[in-house]
Design a protein. Structure first.
Length: 336
């Protein structure tokens, strides 16, 4: 009888252990504009008109993750600057104290990097390639060390932002995959030197474009690029289609990438038009479902890009905030 009781206790203890963060589906947002919005006096309100912290409003809608971009030597422009090491640490700490998981996104530029522009930081502009590669390592290591010293537990790090054509042009262009592979591995090595448990993401745009992903990650494989997660952006708006025309391709691509490269996948950017609330909510529900349906929990999560970046402040049409400072009902898609 005693043996049975002990076995029962062990069984109950084993299955009552709470899941760790790493096992939970990530639902969240890039919110890097938030401190500049607050600094210019922008105020956020709940649906009942109560003034609230935007992070709390996102948490109330089921979000558990924030993504923060980092620039190298940014200007003080409120919309396309800031995002320095110090500001990143401060915002990461603030979010972590509220229970958010943390993703860091290195642009390796002084401002925006995306498929149309991957400009080197001014201070790196004339460096020979070996020194440029070392700067990628040093910058990544410096930011990640600062976060670690501040006791920020970073879960994911993006090495580059939307890089289908490479990064740090021209040296790191996909016209020169040998060099691009070296730059990506420098970023990976710097992250792992600080904390081996952090998952490194390599991120492309157009998550429904299957051929774009195969071309890029086949080349990455050939160059022995080291990474843990394939990050995707998904914006039907930018390809001038409704999500209903592209969601099947996204779903196929997510599953294909897992099988083809044996990696986890994550939609690290998604967005719909702020003034088409029902359509944006449906887009988010479909995207979350597609990622959740990836077999063996290889679909890690879905993050909205700057939902709080209301258009009157940002000029950004794909935020998920209303003109009266309240969150869009579209964000309720993250509650389930």
């Amino acid at each position: 009888m005693m043996k049975k009781i002990i076995v029962t206790i062990l069984f109950l203890a084993l299955f009552s252990i709470p899941k760790s963060n790493a096992q939970e589906f990530s639902k969240g947002a890039d919110v890097t504009w938030l401190p500049q919005m607050e600094a210019t006096g922008y105020q956020f309100f709940d649906t009942d008109g109560t003034k609230k912290d935007a992070l709390q409003l996102l948490k109330d809608r089921g979000m558990n993750t924030v993504r923060l971009r980092v620039f190298v030597n940014p200007s003080d422009d409120p919309r396309s600057g800031h995002c320095s090491k110090e500001e990143t640490v401060e915002l990461a700490l603030r979010a972590q104290k509220m229970g958010f998981r943390i993703m860091i996104n290195f642009h390796y530029s002084d401002s925006w990097a995306d498929p149309g522009k991957q400009n080197k930081p001014a201070a790196w502009k004339d460096l020979p390639f070996d020194k440029l590669a070392n700067e990628v390592y040093n910058h990544t290591f410096e930011v990640m060390t600062a976060l670690q010293k501040a006791n920020v537990k970073t879960e994911w790090v993006q090495v580059g932002n939307e890089i289908p054509g490479g990064m740090l042009w021209p040296e790191g262009s996909t016209d020169n995959w040998v060099q691009l592979g070296k730059l990506l591995n420098k970023g990976y090595d710097a992250v792992k030197a600080v904390d081996k448990a952090i998952k490194v993401i390599v991120h492309l745009d157009e998550g429904d474009n299957i051929q774009k992903y195969r071309t890029f990650y086949d080349n990455a494989t050939a160059q022995k690029v080291r990474y843990d997660v394939i990050g995707l952006s998904y914006y039907p708006f930018w390809v001038k289609k409704d999500y209903t025309e592209t969601i099947a391709n996204l779903e196929f691509n997510l599953n294909d990438l897992v099988k083809r490269y044996n990696k986890e996948v994550m939609v690290v950017e998604v967005g719909g038009e702020y003034d088409k609330v029902e359509n944006t909510k449906a887009l988010l529900e479909a995207t979350i479902k597609a990622v959740r349906n990836v077999p063996n929990n290889k679909g890690l999560g879905v993050l909205y890009w700057e939902p709080q970046g209301e258009k009157s402040w940002s000029g950004y049409n794909l935020s998920a905030w209303l003109p009266d400072g309240k969150p869009s009902p579209a964000l309720d898609a993250f509650k389930d």
